[in-house]
Design a protein around this ligand. Structure first.
Ligand SMILES: C[S@@+](CC[C@H](N)C(=O)[O-])C[C@H]1O[C@@H](n2cnc3c(N)ncnc32)[C@H](O)[C@@H]1O
Length: 257
Protein backbone atom coordinates (compact mmCIF):
# COMPACT_ATOMS: atom_id res chain seq x y z
CA UNK A 1 0.00 0.00 0.00
CA UNK A 2 1.32 3.47 -0.95
CA UNK A 3 1.55 6.25 1.65
CA UNK A 4 -1.25 8.50 0.23
CA UNK A 5 -3.74 5.59 0.27
CA UNK A 6 -2.67 4.68 3.80
CA UNK A 7 -3.07 8.29 4.92
CA UNK A 8 -6.65 8.53 3.58
CA UNK A 9 -7.66 5.28 5.25
CA UNK A 10 -5.90 6.08 8.53
CA UNK A 11 -7.61 9.51 8.56
CA UNK A 12 -10.97 7.75 8.30
CA UNK A 13 -10.15 5.43 11.15
CA UNK A 14 -8.92 8.08 13.59
CA UNK A 15 -11.42 10.68 12.31
CA UNK A 16 -8.74 13.32 11.81
CA UNK A 17 -7.77 14.57 8.33
CA UNK A 18 -4.03 13.87 8.25
CA UNK A 19 -3.82 15.34 4.72
CA UNK A 20 -4.17 18.80 6.28
CA UNK A 21 -0.86 18.43 8.10
CA UNK A 22 2.60 18.90 6.54
CA UNK A 23 3.35 15.62 4.76
CA UNK A 24 7.01 15.14 5.66
CA UNK A 25 6.35 15.50 9.32
CA UNK A 26 3.32 13.19 9.31
CA UNK A 27 5.28 10.54 7.38
CA UNK A 28 8.26 10.77 9.73
CA UNK A 29 6.11 10.43 12.81
CA UNK A 30 4.10 7.50 11.43
CA UNK A 31 7.29 5.66 10.47
CA UNK A 32 8.71 6.23 13.98
CA UNK A 33 5.55 4.94 15.61
CA UNK A 34 5.48 1.86 13.38
CA UNK A 35 9.09 1.10 14.30
CA UNK A 36 8.31 1.49 17.99
CA UNK A 37 5.39 -0.96 17.73
CA UNK A 38 7.23 -3.39 15.41
CA UNK A 39 4.75 -2.87 12.57
CA UNK A 40 6.27 -3.85 9.25
CA UNK A 41 4.09 -2.08 6.68
CA UNK A 42 1.21 0.36 6.18
CA UNK A 43 -1.34 -2.44 5.68
CA UNK A 44 -0.55 -3.98 9.08
CA UNK A 45 -0.62 -0.53 10.65
CA UNK A 46 -4.09 0.04 9.24
CA UNK A 47 -5.27 -3.35 10.52
CA UNK A 48 -4.00 -2.51 13.99
CA UNK A 49 -5.72 0.89 13.86
CA UNK A 50 -8.97 -0.90 13.03
CA UNK A 51 -8.72 -3.58 15.71
CA UNK A 52 -6.93 -2.06 18.69
CA UNK A 53 -8.38 1.01 20.39
CA UNK A 54 -5.30 1.49 22.61
CA UNK A 55 -3.16 1.69 19.49
CA UNK A 56 -5.64 4.11 17.92
CA UNK A 57 -5.28 6.37 20.94
CA UNK A 58 -1.47 6.10 20.89
CA UNK A 59 -1.50 6.94 17.18
CA UNK A 60 -3.57 10.09 17.68
CA UNK A 61 -1.40 11.15 20.61
CA UNK A 62 1.73 10.62 18.54
CA UNK A 63 0.44 12.79 15.71
CA UNK A 64 -0.41 15.72 17.98
CA UNK A 65 2.48 17.40 19.76
CA UNK A 66 1.26 18.46 23.16
CA UNK A 67 4.17 20.57 24.42
CA UNK A 68 2.99 23.62 26.33
CA UNK A 69 3.97 25.74 29.31
CA UNK A 70 2.65 28.52 31.51
CA UNK A 71 3.57 32.06 30.36
CA UNK A 72 5.05 30.72 27.10
CA UNK A 73 6.65 33.77 25.37
CA UNK A 74 6.41 36.01 28.46
CA UNK A 75 6.66 39.32 26.56
CA UNK A 76 3.39 38.55 24.82
CA UNK A 77 1.65 37.76 28.10
CA UNK A 78 2.97 41.06 29.48
CA UNK A 79 1.37 42.83 26.55
CA UNK A 80 -1.86 40.98 27.19
CA UNK A 81 -1.80 41.93 30.86
CA UNK A 82 -0.79 45.58 30.42
CA UNK A 83 -2.56 46.54 27.23
CA UNK A 84 -5.05 44.08 25.73
CA UNK A 85 -6.94 43.06 28.89
CA UNK A 86 -7.27 46.57 30.42
CA UNK A 87 -8.66 47.93 27.12
CA UNK A 88 -10.96 44.96 26.62
CA UNK A 89 -12.47 45.06 30.11
CA UNK A 90 -12.85 48.85 29.95
CA UNK A 91 -14.91 48.46 26.83
CA UNK A 92 -16.99 45.41 27.72
CA UNK A 93 -18.86 43.99 30.65
CA UNK A 94 -18.44 40.36 29.65
CA UNK A 95 -15.49 39.05 27.67
CA UNK A 96 -15.43 35.79 25.68
CA UNK A 97 -12.06 34.06 25.36
CA UNK A 98 -11.10 30.87 23.50
CA UNK A 99 -7.85 28.91 23.76
CA UNK A 100 -8.15 26.96 20.52
CA UNK A 101 -5.40 24.32 20.71
CA UNK A 102 -5.20 24.25 24.46
CA UNK A 103 -3.17 21.09 25.04
CA UNK A 104 -2.64 20.50 28.78
CA UNK A 105 -4.28 23.79 29.73
CA UNK A 106 -1.16 25.84 30.61
CA UNK A 107 -2.19 28.60 28.21
CA UNK A 108 -5.81 28.93 29.37
CA UNK A 109 -4.85 28.74 33.04
CA UNK A 110 -2.18 31.43 32.47
CA UNK A 111 -5.00 33.70 31.30
CA UNK A 112 -7.07 32.92 34.40
CA UNK A 113 -4.08 33.71 36.63
CA UNK A 114 -3.42 37.03 34.87
CA UNK A 115 -7.09 38.04 35.11
CA UNK A 116 -7.08 37.20 38.80
CA UNK A 117 -3.94 39.30 39.25
CA UNK A 118 -5.71 42.19 37.48
CA UNK A 119 -8.55 41.87 39.99
CA UNK A 120 -11.15 41.09 37.33
CA UNK A 121 -14.13 39.18 38.69
CA UNK A 122 -14.76 35.71 37.29
CA UNK A 123 -18.32 36.58 36.25
CA UNK A 124 -16.94 39.10 33.75
CA UNK A 125 -15.33 36.53 31.47
CA UNK A 126 -15.59 33.06 30.02
CA UNK A 127 -12.51 31.03 29.06
CA UNK A 128 -13.15 28.06 26.79
CA UNK A 129 -10.26 25.74 26.07
CA UNK A 130 -10.44 23.08 23.34
CA UNK A 131 -8.16 20.48 21.78
CA UNK A 132 -8.50 17.51 19.44
CA UNK A 133 -6.80 15.10 21.85
CA UNK A 134 -9.07 13.74 24.62
CA UNK A 135 -6.19 12.39 26.70
CA UNK A 136 -4.47 15.77 26.95
CA UNK A 137 -7.79 17.39 27.91
CA UNK A 138 -8.18 14.85 30.71
CA UNK A 139 -4.70 15.79 31.89
CA UNK A 140 -5.53 19.51 31.73
CA UNK A 141 -8.51 18.98 34.03
CA UNK A 142 -6.29 17.55 36.78
CA UNK A 143 -4.30 20.80 37.12
CA UNK A 144 -1.12 18.83 37.87
CA UNK A 145 2.12 20.07 36.34
CA UNK A 146 5.78 19.10 36.32
CA UNK A 147 8.71 21.55 36.56
CA UNK A 148 9.16 21.76 32.78
CA UNK A 149 5.76 23.45 32.36
CA UNK A 150 6.52 25.99 35.07
CA UNK A 151 9.95 27.35 34.09
CA UNK A 152 8.59 30.76 33.05
CA UNK A 153 6.25 31.27 36.00
CA UNK A 154 7.43 34.17 38.21
CA UNK A 155 8.32 32.98 41.70
CA UNK A 156 5.60 34.92 43.50
CA UNK A 157 2.96 33.58 41.09
CA UNK A 158 4.23 30.02 41.60
CA UNK A 159 3.99 30.39 45.39
CA UNK A 160 0.58 32.01 45.21
CA UNK A 161 -1.21 29.65 42.80
CA UNK A 162 0.58 26.27 43.02
CA UNK A 163 1.12 23.77 45.81
CA UNK A 164 4.11 21.47 45.66
CA UNK A 165 3.12 17.79 45.98
CA UNK A 166 5.56 14.85 45.66
CA UNK A 167 6.72 15.03 42.05
CA UNK A 168 4.43 17.74 40.72
CA UNK A 169 2.71 21.06 41.42
CA UNK A 170 -1.05 21.32 41.91
CA UNK A 171 -2.80 24.39 40.50
CA UNK A 172 -5.19 26.31 42.75
CA UNK A 173 -8.77 25.00 42.37
CA UNK A 174 -10.25 28.50 42.09
CA UNK A 175 -8.14 29.16 38.97
CA UNK A 176 -9.04 25.72 37.58
CA UNK A 177 -12.77 26.43 37.94
CA UNK A 178 -12.42 29.41 35.58
CA UNK A 179 -11.62 27.37 32.48
CA UNK A 180 -14.05 25.06 30.65
CA UNK A 181 -12.45 22.31 28.57
CA UNK A 182 -14.02 20.45 25.65
CA UNK A 183 -12.95 18.56 22.54
CA UNK A 184 -12.91 20.40 19.22
CA UNK A 185 -11.25 19.64 15.89
CA UNK A 186 -10.08 22.90 14.34
CA UNK A 187 -10.29 21.31 10.90
CA UNK A 188 -13.88 20.22 10.82
CA UNK A 189 -15.85 21.46 13.81
CA UNK A 190 -17.89 24.63 13.95
CA UNK A 191 -16.37 27.56 15.89
CA UNK A 192 -18.21 29.82 18.34
CA UNK A 193 -18.72 33.40 17.29
CA UNK A 194 -18.64 36.85 18.86
CA UNK A 195 -15.37 36.04 20.58
CA UNK A 196 -13.27 38.90 21.98
CA UNK A 197 -9.96 37.06 22.17
CA UNK A 198 -8.76 33.87 20.50
CA UNK A 199 -5.46 32.18 21.29
CA UNK A 200 -4.42 29.77 18.55
CA UNK A 201 -0.76 29.17 19.26
CA UNK A 202 1.84 26.68 18.14
CA UNK A 203 -0.51 24.53 16.09
CA UNK A 204 -0.49 26.31 12.69
CA UNK A 205 3.12 25.18 12.26
CA UNK A 206 1.86 21.62 11.67
CA UNK A 207 -0.65 22.46 8.94
CA UNK A 208 -0.13 23.02 5.21
CA UNK A 209 -0.20 26.66 4.06
CA UNK A 210 -3.59 26.18 2.41
CA UNK A 211 -5.18 24.77 5.59
CA UNK A 212 -3.54 27.43 7.73
CA UNK A 213 -5.15 30.13 5.55
CA UNK A 214 -8.57 28.45 5.76
CA UNK A 215 -8.35 28.24 9.54
CA UNK A 216 -7.20 31.85 9.86
CA UNK A 217 -10.27 32.91 7.90
CA UNK A 218 -12.52 30.84 10.17
CA UNK A 219 -10.86 32.29 13.28
CA UNK A 220 -11.19 35.84 12.01
CA UNK A 221 -14.88 35.24 11.27
CA UNK A 222 -15.38 34.10 14.86
CA UNK A 223 -14.09 37.36 16.32
CA UNK A 224 -16.19 40.44 17.09
CA UNK A 225 -15.03 43.59 15.26
CA UNK A 226 -11.94 44.80 17.13
CA UNK A 227 -11.46 41.28 18.58
CA UNK A 228 -7.92 39.97 19.03
CA UNK A 229 -6.21 36.90 17.56
CA UNK A 230 -3.11 35.85 19.51
CA UNK A 231 -0.79 33.47 17.61
CA UNK A 232 2.41 31.61 18.50
CA UNK A 233 5.76 33.40 18.36
CA UNK A 234 6.82 31.97 15.01
CA UNK A 235 3.39 32.09 13.42
CA UNK A 236 3.05 35.56 12.01
CA UNK A 237 0.69 36.39 9.15
CA UNK A 238 2.41 37.77 6.05
CA UNK A 239 -0.74 39.46 4.77
CA UNK A 240 -3.11 40.04 7.68
CA UNK A 241 -5.29 42.18 5.38
CA UNK A 242 -6.30 39.05 3.53
CA UNK A 243 -8.09 37.91 6.72
CA UNK A 244 -9.53 41.28 7.63
CA UNK A 245 -6.94 41.64 10.41
CA UNK A 246 -4.38 44.31 11.40
CA UNK A 247 -1.15 43.52 13.18
CA UNK A 248 -1.01 45.32 16.54
CA UNK A 249 2.04 43.84 18.28
CA UNK A 250 4.31 40.77 17.84
CA UNK A 251 1.83 37.92 17.53
CA UNK A 252 -1.34 39.94 18.13
CA UNK A 253 -3.78 40.76 15.33
CA UNK A 254 -6.96 42.80 15.58
CA UNK A 255 -10.06 42.31 13.46
CA UNK A 256 -10.95 45.38 11.43
CA UNK A 257 -14.16 47.27 12.14
C1 LIG B 1 2.16 22.33 20.62
S1 LIG B 1 0.54 22.26 21.31
C2 LIG B 1 0.23 23.97 21.60
C3 LIG B 1 -0.34 24.22 22.98
C4 LIG B 1 -0.53 25.68 23.35
N1 LIG B 1 -1.43 26.36 22.45
C5 LIG B 1 0.77 26.42 23.43
O1 LIG B 1 1.09 27.20 22.53
O2 LIG B 1 1.52 26.22 24.40
C6 LIG B 1 -0.45 21.90 19.88
C7 LIG B 1 -1.82 21.34 20.22
O3 LIG B 1 -2.62 21.36 19.04
C8 LIG B 1 -3.50 20.27 19.10
N2 LIG B 1 -4.05 19.99 17.76
C9 LIG B 1 -3.43 19.42 16.70
N3 LIG B 1 -4.29 19.30 15.66
C10 LIG B 1 -5.48 19.82 16.08
C11 LIG B 1 -6.76 19.98 15.48
N4 LIG B 1 -6.99 19.58 14.23
N5 LIG B 1 -7.75 20.55 16.21
C12 LIG B 1 -7.53 20.96 17.50
N6 LIG B 1 -6.34 20.83 18.12
C13 LIG B 1 -5.32 20.27 17.43
C14 LIG B 1 -2.63 19.15 19.66
O4 LIG B 1 -3.41 18.10 20.22
C15 LIG B 1 -1.79 19.89 20.70
O5 LIG B 1 -2.33 19.80 21.99
Amino acid sequence: MKFPEFLDKASNKIKLDLNSYKENRVKRRINNLMKKHNIKDYKSCLNKLGSNSDFQEAFLEHMTINTSEFFRNPKNYEYLQNKIFPELFNKKNKVKIWSAAASNGCEAYTLAIILNELGIKANRYQIKATDIDPSILAEAKTGKYKDNALKKVPKEILNKYFTKKDDHYQLDSKIMSRVQFSRLDLLKDRYDNNLDLILCRNVFIYFTKEVKDQLTTKLSNSLVNDGILFLGNTEYLLKPDQFNLNKVYNSFYQKKQ
